[in-house]
Write a protein of this length. Sequence first.
Length: 368
Amino acid sequence: MSITDVRLEVFQNAGGAPSPVYLGRGVTDLLGEVIRKQEFDRLFVVTDEVVGRIHGSSLSAALQESKHQFIEFPDGEASKSLANFEKLVKRVLDKGITKRSIILAFGGGVVGNVAGFLAGTLFRGIRFAHIPTTFQAQTDSALSRKQALNCQAKNIVGCFHTPLFTFIDTAFLETEPDRYLISGVAESIKNALISDEAFYHYLDENLSEKMLHDPKELHELVLRSILTKLAILERDPSEQNEALILEYGHTLAHAIETLADGALTHGECVSIGMVFDARLSCMLGLLAEDQEDDARRLLERIGLPLKIPAAITSDRLIQTMRFDNKRRGHEVEFVLLEATYRPHFTPTGYCRPVDEALVLECMDACRA
């Protein structure tokens, strides 16, 4: 890998503490130099078994003289559980982790959340860094200070913990299966829809499956996706106010993801959730009918699903959504649109409770 293939970008992640983001194809080559500037007793690379098998040797080479240990667990959303977390804590304690140690989260969104939560809670917080290897992690989950595990529903147990730094190497995306690469783009489409007209028009003019396999075009898409999200997080790094718009499509998506039990990716569920939220926005009289398909056009172009799976009943979805991590009262809450690029703001913020009968009616309209 060589960072001369695509330009190197260095910018700051959102949040109070300095947290540089290094972006470029082959940028992992600089990891050893950056990590040697830190003082630590032990370095733990937390990853899943798939990433460890495919990329473990290249990461070890990048770390150079820095002694490190790999801690692997099974890949997949099921590993974001309290049971897996307990096993992970025991393993790193047995291997001598201390308050002076550093954790490197090396993998996709699941690895980033698990390793980030481990770092944020172990000894009341130790240092960690992100090395995301999937499109979704590079452009979305690794940029957030939120670290979380699943319990009855998605991302119920969590904390905020800022990484030392983040290395976003687009060369890793060359080994990501097409389904997961495409799935990750759902979050980019979402960020354009909720906040960034210029980015939306860029996607409308350029997005295709072909561009995802061109290193320069892929770099540009990753960069634009990152900057669009960071613009929101810079204004609300705690993700308690404006940044809640990042949850557009996610109320239904998280419920589908939980009930699909691995059959659908996170991005595929977000795709379905965005189509649902657009329809719900129209049914509430917030969004004009001619803007309902703005998301659908882009999602359909790269083959993402649009309909709620027939096998998942509306009753089960409602029951699961009652555990949604945005919920503040008895009703399920949604982020909605008043127009493309303009989320709906209510007197209580960007999350609006919606009557269950209307939610069920919308589900019927959005089924396969």
